[in-house]
Design a protein around this ligand. Structure first.
Ligand code: SF4
Length: 302
């Protein structure tokens, strides 16, 4: 027997199927439902409703700030704060692969260090054209990233990922990485294309799509699959705003953001990150200056 085939309560598939088909699930019919709880046993309906209204107000304000950032004019992005490295990463017209390779490098080291790698390599080979990069062997890339000092903490693995990213761009996108996001594809398609690069997981793929949409103003046909990046700032802010529990996990934040704003869960990413970095500090939050102050349940307790 297939696992969960009749276990409607545990897996939910059969219950969902019954609801859609208009028939009762036989296993559900035999369930003894618990009696309605006594008053006071659970939160009152009014309290639940108040909490949900506050949650909606919090969502609306975060989305409002996210939309303001989304609509802001395009500006150069200070990925590394090193002008020449940032110029290369911002040059989507001539070096779109620099942005893609930097995303691939963005693992288990500080972001600034990872995003410097394309420029550091370009200094060594005198440019960053896809033609020159495509001619490099795996060993060449390893040497470029290893000597005189390693450009990444996991230099062997990341050199392999660098090399395979270049080869993928050459073979799948005719050397033009901009084809990954050209022609107004769906957000799911863009995230999927990033996921196809060795070493790229959902977090980086979603971050890449979000940067393309929000910062580079690349048009996509929808934004449903751009998730929030649940880093330490975002998790802390979600928790203090009462959107999630104090010990919230990355997955819980991702799904909560999807539940709050399914059209574009990643829209709340930058507002939460900025709140966390500027005011909602881990030890001493500066609630008086935070624009969520009047809605935040944690601020009211101070
Ligand atoms: S009001 Fe205070 S606790 Fe609430 S999100 Fe802002 S800084 Fe954090």
């Amino acid at each position: 027997m297939r696992a969960g085939g009749t276990d409607c309560g545990k897996f939910g598939w059969a219950a969902g199927h019954a609801k859609r088909s208009g028939k009762n699930c036989p296993a559900q019919e035999s369930l003894q439902l618990p009696a309605i709880s006594a008053p006071g046993q659970f939160r009152s309906t009014a309290a639940v409703s108040r909490r949900s209204m506050n949650e909606k107000s919090i969502r609306d304000r975060l989305v409002e700030h996210g939309q303001a950032l989304f609509r802001a004019p395009k500006q150069p992005i200070p990925f590394t704060k090193e002008p020449q490295a940032d110029a290369l990463l911002n040059d989507l017209a001539n070096h779109p692969h620099a942005f893609v390779i930097a995303c691939v490098m963005d693992r288990q080291v500080k972001a600034e260090r990872a995003w410097l790698i394309p420029y550091r390599v370009s200094e060594k080979i005198g440019g960053f054209s896809i033609e020159v990069l495509s001619a490099l062997s795996r060993e060449d890339v390893n040497r470029l990233m290893r000597e005189p000092e390693p450009l990444h903490r996991f230099v062997d693995t990341m050199a392999d990922h660098f090399h395979s990213a270049v080869q993928r761009i050459r073979s799948n996108y005719a050397g033009n990485a901009a084809l990954i996001w050209a022609g107004e594809p769906s957000s799911a398609e863009v995230v999927y294309r990033f996921l196809q690069f060795d070493g790229v997981g959902p977090k980086i793929a979603s971050m890449a799509a979000n940067i393309l949409a929000r910062e580079f103003k690349i048009p996509l046909s929808d934004y449903y699959s751009i998730d929030i990046s649940a880093d330490v700032h975002v998790r802390r802010v979600f928790s203090r705003l009462g959107l999630c529990a104090a010990d919230v996990t990355v997955e819980q934040v991702i799904y909560k953001a999807r539940a709050l704003y399914p059209e574009f869960p990643g829209m709340m990413d930058l507002p939460c990150w900025e709140i966390g970095r500027n005011w909602c500090k881990s030890r001493r939050p500066v609630c008086g200056d935070c624009y969520m102050n009047d809605l935040c349940p944690s601020a009211k307790q101070k």
